[in-house]
Design a protein around this ligand. Sequence first.
Ligand code: FE
Length: 212
Amino acid sequence: MSGHHHDHDHTHDNHYTPIEARVKALETLMVEKGYVDPSALDAIVETYETKVGPRNGARIVARAWTDPAYAERLKADGTAAVAEMGYGGRGGEHIVACFNTPEEHNLIVCTLCSCYPWPVLGLPPVWYKSPPYRAKAVIDPRGTLADFGVSLPEGQRIRVWDSTAETRFLVIPMRPAGTEGWSEEKLASIVSRDSMIGTGLPRIEDAVEDAR
Ligand code: FE
């Protein structure tokens, strides 16, 4: 669900910020010298963006859906419950799990920069780091969700959590109806990265029978 549009002036592909220009210059140099293979670099970034990171979080959510005792531990101490599953380290020193309920939907932002729960979600998507998302998420969370094609019931509040260097948040979406009897693995396959940021919801039509 990263293909949404904000109505703002965005950075065009041919206009790099200073840091992007430096990264690009370094990358070009290393490719020209034959130190790195650009397709390998792309593959690594792609893997961390879409596979490794979010898959870790999805396993945690699926476990919380199927194991009530684990869900309680996750609620009580996110960092410890995440460590139980073997995840932790940089960007995960203090993780708080925010459980969606019929009354309350949780949305994660970092208004100051781009703090993100790396061990469970991997690299943040570009839009997460963008000033428009960071501003609009707090000013107009419902409008922000609309940008992502998500509309919640009127009566469901939206609680916005502002990440910091110290504390990173992970949204635990509600388990969708129609998933009774599913394996943890199949459940994990419907837990998208965006559903763990709060800008998406799990969709049962995304289910993969053998996600491993
Ligand atoms: Fe930040």
